[in-house]
Design a binder for this molecule. Structure first.
Ligand SMILES: Cc1ncc(COP(=O)(O)O)c(C=O)c1O
Length: 394
């Protein structure tokens, strides 16, 4: 029986698996069991910032695993503390709480907002249309996409999803009752859609007026992907709470909630907790990722490579005006919106040895490891042009 038949007969059918059986990865490449090589331009959904099997990450995991793998949060652990210090320094925040995943970081962030608001008569939390914050109830409660929510209600009370980038709608929905507004500065699963500067200005003005918290979901945008440590830096937005995950555990499950001084004292002993969150092996891997990003100047590199990718995709887009609608993104978080479904194009790329993925139905998403080089970007766009040339025959 093939791996895929066994999967289909044993799993809840939540995932549409790709028809590849991965044997190993190295740097920018994945290799299947039959030895075929794939250029990985999607990095395990924006996770593998240093590519696959990076020696520094592998060594950090092995070293920490040989010391201790789990002791519980009864103990202060050196890898956790060191990673927390690095995250605080990069983000300019004051407090950290580690989780196992992005969605758990969102749950914790929403709990902090509710706890902060409870003594102030503020319970309302607003998110935005087309956002993605995860699959747990808090996250789903501030989202609107039927694909993620249908049939799973009822959701949390006093939560809204407002039209993204619509200042008037924001003005009429928030007020003194609002505890927090939750946003992705660049919507990832929603199709690589950046927030507008005008919308951020309105958000800042309303925050001053009503005194609510701003929660920035930087799970996909954060940790250097956009050329800055946080995407909110591009918009001069200082969030009260930031959520991180994806690359911060070097591929191991790890998320984090970062809190500004405004929320530093909200959580007191026993109010929130986790058995596995902040696992020391994941934290050791995370330290290796952050140190490598810093020492190798990978944020600057992400800016340069992102600019190359954007400009090459824009040229490609003008060459295929009937198929390409818009190129968007910052740094190495880039999307090309097509006028047709993304999936056949993604499959065409895969047949030619390049992995990207599609999001929001018609958007090609490029979120490669931050170590990607110019030759790999050129090869990706050259191949895309070849695939788009044949699109009418799909
Ligand atoms: C912006 C954003 N928030 C939250 C999540 C949820 O993270 P996780 O899948 O680790 O729970 C994701 C995952 O794709 C994401 O992109």
């Amino acid at each position: 029986m093939s791996l895929f038949t066994r999967e289909a007969s044993s799993f809840f059918h939540t995932y549409k698996r790709l028809p590849l059986q991965i044997a190993r990865g190295e740097g920018m490449y994945l290799f299947t069991a039959d030895g075929t090589q794939y250029l990985d331009m999607f990095a395990g959904i924006a996770v593998n910032a240093l590519g696959h099997a990076h020696p520094r990450v592998v060594r950090a995991i092995a070293d920490q695993a040989s010391r201790y793998i789990h002791v519980s949060n009864y103990f202060a652990q050196e890898p956790q503390i060191r990673l927390a210090e690095l995250l605080l320094r990069h983000s300019g925040t004051a407090r950290v709480f580690f989780t196992n995943s992005g969605t758990e970081a969102m749950e914790g962030a929403l709990k902090i907002a509710r706890q902060w608001g409870s003594g102030r008569g503020k319970t309302h939390i607003a998110g935005f249309s087309n956002a993605f914050h995860g699959r747990t109830y808090g996250a789903l409660s501030v989202m609107d996409r039927p694909a993620y929510r249908d049939g799973f209600g009822p959701f949390l009370d006093n939560c809204d999803s407002l039209p993204f980038n619509d200042s008037d709608a924001l003005r009429s929905a928030v007020g003194p009752q609002t505890a927090a507004v939750v946003l992705e500065c660049i919507q990832g699963e929603g199709g690589i859609r950046p927030v507008t500067a005008a919308f951020v200005d309105t958000l800042k003005e309303l925050r001053k007026q009503h005194g609510f918290l701003v929660i920035a979901d930087e799970i996909q945008t954060g940790t250097g992907r956009t050329g800055r440590f946080l995407a909110s830096e591009h918009f001069a937005l200082s969030p009260d709470i930031i959520t991180l995950a994806k690359p911060i555990g070097g591929g191991l499950p790890l998320g984090a909630i970062l809190g500004a001084p405004s929320v530093a004292d909200v959580l007191q002993p026993g109010m929130h907790g986790t058995t596995f969150g902040g696992n020391p092996v994941a934290c050791a891997a995370g330290i290796a990722v952050l140190e490598e990003i810093e020492e190798r100047g990978l944020m600057q590199h992400a800016t340069e490579m992102g600019n190359l990718l954007l400009s090459r995709l824009r040229d490609c887009s003008s060459a295929f005006p009937k198929l390409c609608k818009e190129v968007r993104g910052v740094g190495l978080m880039v999307g090309l919106e097509l006028t047709v479904e993304a999936e056949p194009v993604v499959a065409g790329m895969r047949e030619r040895g390049i992995l990207i993925n599609g999001t929001d139905k018609t958007v090609l998403r490029f979120v490669p490891p931050l170590i990607v080089n110019a030759a790999e970007i050129n090869r990706t766009v050259d191949t895309l042009r070849e695939v788009l040339s044949g699109v009418s025959s799909f």
